[in-house]
Design a protein around this ligand. Structure first.
Ligand code: GAP
Length: 435
């Protein structure tokens, strides 16, 4: 199977099973914007909850916050995004197609029309603008934030005062970000509206390199903990010429997507760039008082910036498998049970003899602790296949033996192995499996 075929098949599975749809589908869609359906939103929420648990609530040195998307435009002037946040763009003079100049070979012909007639490259600012309030003049321009990080930097003093934080400490948030990308594509990989999970870790300036190393390794390990294939993950240091305008050093966590090794998350040494800029532009003091040395210092920042949608894409691509079972093709998403939208599907073998009622009762007992789903439609084989495509790790079937001995069949998705268990053991069985 070619790499582009895998992506096509995944996009079609996501639509077929209710993971992800093109935005505004019934009107022909809106390029590079996606909607999450019933299964997709569960997967996405699981990713965000695991990140929040591992980065915020399971630690004592990181707090969370949730800043507004709209911010005073002066934030983006101070942060350098108004003057620096751009990509080089070229047009094909023949067919008018637009490309990121650093994403194509300008020595070659246009990939759309096959003619080689390029304009000079020029810089294109990636921030999306709108007007805030009832007037539409230059004073009402606001930007849709291109990163969530600035909401953290401008709240640095608020967070330090209210949480009485001591260096090193971090502030984390999850939220939407927007970029007017010149070229989009590869499904969720590069879209114009996406979600970030960002954590800014404030440290003493002479401790930056050790924390950069710490967070790079910790973040790489996090993807492994979600079950992503280890040999398809790596850390890659940035070359000087690819560093963002605010970064002194950066490591990318990369995944080997069907379209090649690409960035999943960036871990950057932002130094004191952002706090210095905001202190200078706002006239406010953005320092931390070291009571041991009696000094006010401007902390340096190590940032871990992950994409929710890219993580979802990675998990889906990594989990997608096609297998032959008894001469038939089986498509299965081998999702880690921690992220799977449904943990257990419960099936009555037939829709009579009290089997649906027993299945419903099992769901009632499980649903507070596990994502449980009832499916009574079609042959049992078809129901298994549907749940294989949804990535559901366990299936429970109620059959005629259940009526007499209160046992059910539990089927494990990947091995397809089946075992017989008493209904009252199911909860502890699944709890053990998910540990
Ligand atoms: N605050 C730093 C920052 O925003 P970035 O490398 O530009 O750094 C961080 O973005 C992460 O956000 C990326 O690693 C990626 O996961 C995600 N991301 C960035 N642009 C994206 C886009 N257009 N579509 C989907 N995800 C994107």
């Amino acid at each position: 199977m070619t790499d582009s075929k895998i992506m096509d098949k995944l996009v079609s599975l996501c639509k077929r099973r209710g993971f992800i749809f093109q935005s505004s589908d019934i009107y022909g869609g809106l390029e590079a914007t996606y909607d999450y359906g019933p299964l997709g939103v569960e997967l996405k929420n699981n990713v965000k909850q695991l990140w929040w648990r591992d980065v915020v609530t399971s630690r004592t040195d990181i707090v969370g916050m949730d800043a507004a998307i709209f911010m005073n435009s002066k934030v983006w002037e101070a942060s350098g995004h108004v003057s620096e946040f751009h990509d080089p763009m070229v047009d094909c003079k023949n067919c008018k197609a637009r490309f990121r100049a650093d994403h194509i070979d300008l020595e070659k012909n246009c990939p759309t029309c096959g003619v080689k007639e390029w304009t000079d490259a020029r810089q294109f600012n990636l921030m999306l603008k709108t007007h805030y309030g009832p007037s539409e003049d230059s004073s009402s321009v606001v930007y849709l934030r291109p990163e969530t990080a600035q909401g953290i930097f401008v709240n640095f003093a608020n967070a330090v005062t209210t949480s009485r934080a001591k260096l090193p400490f971090g502030i984390a948030q999850i939220g939407k970000a927007f970029r007017n990308e010149i070229t989009t594509g590869n499904f969720l990989f590069r879209s114009r509206e996406f979600e970030q999970m960002e954590m800014e870790f404030f440290v003493k300036p002479d401790e930056t390199s050790e924390w950069l190393e710490y967070w790079s390794n910790a973040r790489l390990d996090w993807y492994k903990s979600l079950g992503v294939t280890e040999k398809k993950l790596k850390l890659r240091p940035h070359e000087d010429n690819e560093l963002a305008h605010y970064a002194a050093a950066c490591f990318d966590v990369e995944y080997e997507f069907p379209f090649g090794w690409s960035e999943l998350e960036g871990i950057a040494d932002r130094g004191s760039y952002d706090l210095d800029q905001h202190a200078q532009h706002s006239g406010k003091k953005l320092t931390w008082f070291d009571s041991k040395t009696n000094e006010h210092i401007t902390p340096a920042v190590v940032e871990a910036s992950a994409g929710v949608d890219r993580t979802v894409l990675t998990i889906l691509v990594d989990a997608y498998h096609e297998e032959e079972v008894k001469g038939e093709q089986r498509v299965v998403l081998k999702l880690n049970p921690k992220v799977a939208p449904i943990t257990v599907a419960v099936f009555p073998l037939v829709n009579r003899d009290g089997m649906p009622e027993i299945a419903e009762k099992i769901i009632d007992d499980l649903k507070g602790d596990f994502a449980a789903f009832f499916d009574a439609g079609g042959s049992i084989g078809r129901r298994y296949r549907r749940q294989d495509e949804a990535g559901t790790p366990y299936g429970v079937t109620v059959d005629s033996d259940t009526l007499t001995d209160q046992t059910v069949t539990v089927r494990e998705r990947d091995s397809m192995a089946q075992e017989r268990l008493a209904i009252d053991q199911l909860s502890s069985y699944f709890r053990d499996k998910l540990r």
